[in-house]
Design a protein around this ligand. Sequence first.
Ligand code: UGA
Length: 436
Amino acid sequence: MAMIAYKAHDIEVKVVDLNEERIAAWNSETLPIYEPGLDEIVKERRGKNLIFSSDVHEGIRAADIIFVAVNTPTKTYGVGAGRAADLRFIESVARTIAEVATTPKIIVEKSTIPVKTAETIKQILAENSGGVEFQVLSNPEFLAEGTAVEDLLAPDRVLIGGELTEGGQKAIETLASVYGRWVPDDQIIRTNLWSSELSKLVANAFLAQRISSINSISALCEATGANVDEVANAIGKDSRIGPKFLKASVGFGGSCFQKDILNLVYLCDHFGLPEVAAYWEEVVKMNDWQKHRFAAKIVGSLFNTVADKKIAVLGFAFKKDTNDTRESAAIAVCRDLLTEQANVTVYDPKVPADEIRKDVLGDEENHRLSVVESAYAASEGAHAIAILTEWDEFKDLDFEKIYGSMSKPAFIFDGRNILDHAKLVGIGFRVSGIGR
Ligand code: UGA
């Protein structure tokens, strides 16, 4: 929404949320999320054509187009628990819109949702709205965290799905004209509703599948002496495969990949396609395996016991340049190490200590987990360092100094392959990275 406000000064963008605290944060000097370049854009347009408000009803009444961007987490209860998307927030928004709106509106699904959700929204609107006309569009978002501003400035494509009726097509063109302020028209794809909804899930499933594929090969590389980065480079030169998303890692995280694949799996099962469901489910299973494999490798290398040993964890966010920790591989690795009774000391440049403790321990206490303010403090006296996020600052650390402060033999487990391993071995470290 900030990008639309930034690119189209004549459009008034009002972001509304019931959560007053969150709205207050968006109106403050410190925005509630860290995303490179976002501060500048928000601060330039805020109070002009970008308004943050907790008056949801007024926001609905005044709008011509309503983007629905509420959470669609994986269900934790009842039918489909652990796989299906929880649509209660979507449904509640649809009911509120139907109740409050007095003029025709275009409703845009921006949240990632299961296929056919537009149908649900349409039905709720139609049966509760007292005759007001609504068009429902699907307009999934493809930005990635950490590069959101770049991705929005120059998207590979914008996808808009709508009904094949005259009203539906008109609504598509209205939304296309918003993006048309800065996105070339041939990059704006128009489809039917279901194709658009499904494309979002499939795009994430394909991306995650590439990571699980290369991660599965990383295990084979470790067993055979091949180097996974070299293999990735060699296969990525094939223009049919391409070089992106082939970086082996301790496992993908983030709020989307796992959730969207499980959602896809649930859909396939629902439509009587268990073989297709099983195929995609393997992508998530491989990812889980990789996280546990990494923790097990640490334990194995440290002579099969980490009990009472200090392990420094550098990086906790699910990727660099974000403070988001949802489904971060670091959570699973820290838990596994704590189960082995290691003393785990975490440092992340952007994630607050409270968040780290909550993610790893929930409401429990565990004196073995500590969070510190620098990579140097985390590493002091440690038997091993595990790098779990590829923050740029880790590449510039003074590893000679770090080595001097550690218990020997000192190990580095580079879960992101961001360091020059040969150089570290030169200093005296025992280094292993993913696929090496
Ligand atoms: C992902 C998609 O890339 C976006 O297109 C999509 O819009 C978004 O989900 C969403 O559905 O909201 P995001 O999760 O923000 O974006 O970040 P990614 O860059 O895709 O990274 C996801 C995870 O995969 C990270 O943990 C990252 O470290 C890992 N990864 C990525 C690898 O392990 N190897 C790679 O080669 C690439």
